[in-house]
Design a protein around this ligand. Sequence first.
Ligand code: AMP
Length: 284
Amino acid sequence: MIICKKQRELHDLLEKKKFGQDEIGFVPTMGALHTGHLSLVDAAKKQNKIVICSIFVNPTQFNDPEDFKKYPISLEKDILMFEGAGCDILFIPSVEDIYPNGTNDLAHYDLGFLETVLEGKFRPGHFQGVCLVMERLLEIVLPNNLYLGQKDYQQCIVIKKLIELIGLNGRVEVNICPTLREDDGLAMSSRNIRLLPGDRKKAATISAALRYIKENLKAGDTKQIKNEAKEMLLQRGFRIDYIETADGDTLNLVDKWDGKQKIVALVAAFLNKVRLIDNMVINT
Ligand code: AMP
C-alpha cells in the first residue's frame, strides 16, 4: 500500500499510472476504522483495478466543536487495517491540502430541503462541510466508483446531489454498501468507543427500535408505531433528536404510508454525550 500525504504526490502517482475507465474505486473515511469501513474496501476491490482510501477528519463538517475535539484517532492501527484489507493507495491529506485558502468564506451548496430535515435540521452546516470535503476529494482522486455506507443514509443522498451539482453525474458512480452491525445489532461506528461501559449495552436499543418499526409498520398512519419506538428509547435513557419515517429517495417525511412506497426509518439519539444514528429501509 502506498501512502500519500500530499495532493501533489497522489496526483503524480495517478498521472504516472494512467488509469482508465472503471479502474479507480474510492473509499473516503475519517479514520478510527472498524469492520464497516473495511466492507466498503471489499466492495471496491471487487469492482475496480485499484482502490484508493482516504483518512481525513474534516473540521468543516463538525457543527459541535466538542465532537471534533473528541473524534477518535487511531492512525497507526488504521494504516494496518487498510493495508490488510487490500487498499492500494491511502491518502492522508492535511487540512491545508484540502482547504488551501483556509476554512472561512468557502463555497455554498444548494441542498434545498435536505438541509432542513433530519440530520440537516439537527446539525446545521454539517452537510455543507460534507460537500466541501467531498468535492475536493473527488477533484483530487477523480474515481470512477465511490463507496459510501448506508449507515449515513442522508449523507448518501446529499453526496448524490453534490455529484449532480458539480457536474460529475455519469462520471462518478455512487455505490451504497449495507450497514455492518455488532452481534447485538448496534450499527458499527467510530463513535461507539466513546460510549460509557453501561451505555454500550443500552445502545443496541436503537437498532431494536428500528427493527420494531420495520416489522410492525402497516399501511396507514405511521405515528403510533413511531411513538412506541420512541418510548423504547426513552425508557433506556436516550435523548432523542428524531425518530422518523421518510421517503427512501427524497427523504420527505412520511406520516401516512400506502404500504408500497419505499420508505426508511431513521433515528438520531444521544446516550449521555454520544450521538448515534442509524436507519433501516422498511419494505425491501
Ligand atoms: P466515517 O469514517 O464515519 O466518515 O465513515 C466513512 C464511510 O464508512 C462512510 O461512507 C460511512 O457511511 C461508512 N460507514 C460507517 N459506518 C458503517 C457501517 N457500520 N457499515 C458500513 N459502512 C459504514
